[in-house]
Design a protein around this ligand. Structure first.
Ligand code: TRP
Ligand code: ZN
Length: 877
């Protein structure tokens, strides 16, 4: 907890550190009542710092108990240093000296899950972004890089495994305790420090790097989860190979360790040589993990591994540069997943997330540039903007430069900055220097928030055989900035002829990338024989909202003929969106709803075409989500969107029933479960067909779903059946099925999380009462972020009709949860706030209810910086 008016920190105020830490020697004496941390730091003046005799400033959390502080062997008296808030300063220090510091912690009582804490009886750490200051007094900033040595001491019986960064160089025993000494030869900032101690089991493998070095690979977990580690290991080895092949990056230590922990605020953490993972992002087994879970494990393992270069070897100068490592690393893991699975499907998934969640963030009160200019609490800036939009910004550089020049740029970046803490500007500079491209204007993507809007229109001159495309760009104001300068936007485009063939454009290619840099620009295409249908923003070449006055026929034409797979899908989405938006207006006007024949026919054509890629068929036939339709709406009418989606789904179910039956039958499989792209596509199409069949409301399909539930040899099929039945109108079958599911899986924590989510997101009346009952269920643990996300998070984020209930009960419920979590786990509290901060998008009655709950949280007592920042910013707009 902090004072009521926390400081805002600005990028423009950056100053180099006054002191550098050459070496950091740590000794942890882990105990049940308390843990003592001995830190010995070799400190020198930073030659680059201009100040004369600056004070030594160390970060330390206000709750941190200081037991001893000494310089060059002499203990300091309390008047020789000052503690104020998060800072400890020592006014007079030598040019070079040794600092000795002893702190006392109570990890077992650390519910914030930052710094050193306990997860299910094991000790573990989370130091990014500013958790190290909860362990000892230290310059806790990423531009202070030091060589670490760590001795971990603990009771042998309770903590047989003792881990830290780097290589284990020595170990020993003394009575009931034992210890291990770890050395990490690579200088690193404190946020990459890690320690784990517990009764862990592990699997081991090895990897031979491209230069022929053998690396030992170990993945640790509680013994009950030992059978769920193989997929993570396979993913790790694939990631190591891919980074060598695509980026020329080799692993640099002799050992790489991954640990699975159940209490974790985020997905995973890239600590040097010792990655720590949320169990949800590394454990995988066909019986307990759904297809999306396997893909998430593969992606997150890759993401954290890739950080070894993009994040660890080259790190961030300050936290405003967070996207330097996160945007780039998301780009790397996204390309890896595209190479391992289906590229188009991966693109559709990434863009869907961006368009719903990131665009909403960009339009909300917490909007910020990819490189924020200020913050109160950095934990609030691990956002979709920094990660996903940051990834899109790197992807645009890749599009502008082409793969080869981009690789030259990344090689130069890694070579030039190895061992340094740098800025997003340094990254762009390397790309410029290697390619000769001018990215001056492009840099605005890092400094201007908001989602650019492109208005496109085309004219065809038959006589001149010329097609002209006019593009106009603008960017809405965001709380931090009213006026935006034009962006440098790569617009990938193709032109289709009347038969669905493609015109050859620049360099005889069918796709051309336009450099769209002015507020308005006209592009001409010559030798076009007849009026073309333009395919715009192919592959979603920029994170913008583009509109073009397409007819329904043009959407359908593109759906069938576009050579760009992403745009084929996008055409189907836009077609459905436009029709559903019209239906929403009809519903609001009290008119009877009628589904246009064109949509039914378009879907019928896709469904009947067995030559199409199954994954894409299933993506195309999935209706635009409630979240996407909400993001697009001027004012979100929760009920109308929900009603229209149900109506369209039910109508498509009834009209195409025989086709859904065929698709279901054709995609049943006898083969053993495998999480490869083709099998995943087959299951997703089959389960989509089952969803439509259940939507007919016919009893026989309930039986089909129950049959699938019982026959399933994998969690994907079982969970699909459970969710569909639970969310269907067959309420009689639901309770029994939920009870059976719980009974089968009550010992599998991650499966129980799915069981909680399925109930929390059930759209029928009375959801809140069910959620409140589940809060009391023995399976729930109010201190475990995964449980909170599965129940409270799912209710507030995935059950719009109930969360936004007219009586305001959903809002009050969330506010109560946040007030409780604010003290216990500020990071989670602040993240959960999200749905309430978007009050401006709703009609006045709801706005008032939502604001009132925000005010109630504000008045509830002392707020963490995390909650304070999100609250004040969302009340200010
Ligand atoms: N750097 C982590 C990543 O790979 C993010 C992260 C993990 C994190 N745990 C955290 C960020 C806790 C803030 C707080 O993306
Ligand atoms: Zn990351």
């Amino acid at each position: 907890m902090t004072q009521s008016q926390p400081n805002e920190i600005f990028l423009k105020d950056y100053q180099v550190p006054a002191y550098l830490i050459e070496t950091t020697a740590l000794r942890f004496e882990l105990g049940e009542d308390n843990t003592r941390v001995f830190a010995d730091l070799k400190i020198i003046r930073n030659p680059e710092c201009q100040q004369s005799n600056p004070a030594l400033q160390l970060d330390g959390h206000p709750d941190l108990v200081l037991q001893e502080l000494a310089i060059d062997g002499r203990s300091l008296t309390t008047d020789e240093y000052q503690r104020e808030g998060e800072l400890l300063s020592i006014a007079a220090v030598p040019q070079a000296f040794e600092l000795h510091c002893v702190t006392v912690l109570e990890p077992q009582n650390n519910t914030a899950l930052e710094g050193l804490y306990k997860s299910d009886g094991m000790f573990c750490t989370q130091c990014e972004a500013e958790g190290f200051r909860r362990i000892t007094f230290y310059p806790d900033r990423p531009d202070v890089m030091s060589v670490f040595e760590t001795i971990v001491v603990a009771e042998k019986a309770l903590y047989p495994i003792l881990l830290s960064n780097g290589n284990a160089v020595e170990r020993g025993e003394e009575g009931d305790t034992h210890w291990v000494r770890w050395q990490d030869p690579f200088p690193k900032p404190a946020y990459l420090f890690a320690l784990v101690a517990g009764d862990l089991k592990y699997i081991e493998d090895s990897y031979t790097t491209m230069s022929g070095r053998d690396v030992k690979l170990q993945i640790f977990a509680e013994s009950k989860d030992l059978d769920k580690l193989d997929y993570g290991m396979t993913s790790l080895k694939k990631s190591m190979r891919w980074d060598e092949e695509v980026y020329g990056r080799e692993y640099d230590l002799d050992i790489f360790m991954v640990v699975a922990v159940d209490f974790f605020n985020m997905g995973a953490m890239e600590n040097k040589g010792l990655n720590i993972f949320n169990t949800s992002c590394v454990l995988a087994h066909p019986a307990t993990t759904v297809d999306a879970g396997f893909q998430r494990v593969e992606a997150v393992v890759a993401h954290e591994y890739f950080h070894n270069w993009s994040g660890n070897r080259v790190t961030c100068r300050d936290w405003f540069q967070l996207s330097l490592k996160e945007g780039f690393t998301v780009f790397r893991d996204s390309e890896f997943s595209a190479d391992m699975n289906s590229r188009t499907v991966k693109r559709v998934e990434d863009v869907s997330l961006l368009r719903t969640a990131q665009f909403a963030e960009d339009a909300g009160p917490m909007a910020h540039p990819v490189r924020p200019a200020s913050f109160i609490e950095i934990s609030n800036f691990y956002t979709l903007t920094v990660y996903e939009k940051g990834c899109e910004v790197v992807r645009m550089i890749h599009t502008l430069l082409g793969a080869d020049e981009f690789r030259k740029g990344s090689d130069l970046y890694f070579e030039r900055h190895d061992g340094q803490a740098v800025t997003t500007d340094d990254f762009v500079q390397s790309m410029e220097d290697a390619s000769g491209r001018d990215l001056t204007q492009f840099r605005r993507w890092y400094s201007q928030a908001g989602t650019p809007v492109i208005d496109a229109s085309g004219t065809y001159d038959a006589e001149a055989r010329r097609f002209s495309l006019t593009l106009r760009q603008s960017c809405p104001a965001t709380p931090d900035m009213a006026e935006k300068q034009p962006f440098h936007i790569p617009v990938a485009i193709g032109l289709l002829d009347q038969q669905g063939g493609e015109y050859l454009l620049e360099n005889s290619a069918t796709t051309q990338v336009l450099d769209f840099t002015a507020a308005e620009q006209v592009f001409h295409f010559e030798n076009i024989d007849s009026e073309p249908v333009p395919s715009l923003l192919r592959g979603f070449s920029a994170p913008v909202k583009l509109s073009y006055p397409y007819s329904q026929e043009a959407h359908i034409f593109l759906m069938q003929h576009d050579s760009d797979g992403f745009n084929r899908w996008d055409a189907s989405q836009q077609l459905a969106v436009e029709m559903m938006q019209a239906l929403i207006v009809d519903h609001q006007a009290g008119k009877a709803l009628q589904l246009p024949e064109q949509l039914v026919n378009a879907y019928r054509t896709v469904l009947a075409d067995s030559s199409l890629d199954k994954a894409m068929v299933s993506k195309i036939l999935t209706l635009p989500s409630q979240a996407y339709l909400s993001e697009l709406a001027e004012v979100i009418d929760v009920e109308a969107i929900h009603k229209v989606r149900e109506f369209v789904r039910n109508t498509l179910a009834a009209e195409l029933e025989p086709l859904w039956q065929d698709v279901y039958q054709a995609n049943l499989s006898e083969a053993a479960y495998s999480p490869d792209a083709d099998s995943i596509a087959r299951r997703s199409l089959k389960n989509l067909a089952l969803a439509y069949l259940l939507a007919t409301g016919k009893e026989e399909y309930l039986q089909l779903a129950l049959q699938q539930y019982d026959a399933a040899d994998n969690m994907t099929d079982q969970q699909a059946a459970l969710t569909l039945v639970t969310h269907s109108d067959f309420s009689a079958a639901t309770d029994d099925l939920l009870a059976r599911f719980y009974d089968s899986w009550k010992d599998e924590s991650l499966v129980v999380n799915q069981w909680l989510s399925v109930q929390a997101s059930k759209p029928s009346e009375g959801a809140l009462a069910r959620v409140e009952a589940l809060l009391q269920h023995p399976a729930y643990d109010a201190k475990n972020p995964n449980k909170i996300r599965s129940l409270v998070g799912a209710f507030c984020g995935q059950n719009p009709v109930n969360f936004h209930h007219q009586d305001g009960s959903g809002y009050a419920f969330l506010a109560d949860q946040i007030i409780q979590l604010n003290k216990q786990n500020p990071q989670i509290a602040s993240r959960l706030l999200g749905p309430l901060t978007r009050w401006k998008k709703y009609a006045p009655a709801r706005q008032q209810q939502m604001r009132a709950e925000l005010e109630r949280i504000k008045a509830s007592g002392e707020l963490s910086k995390d909650v304070f920042e999100v609250l004040t910013k969302s009340l200010a707009v």
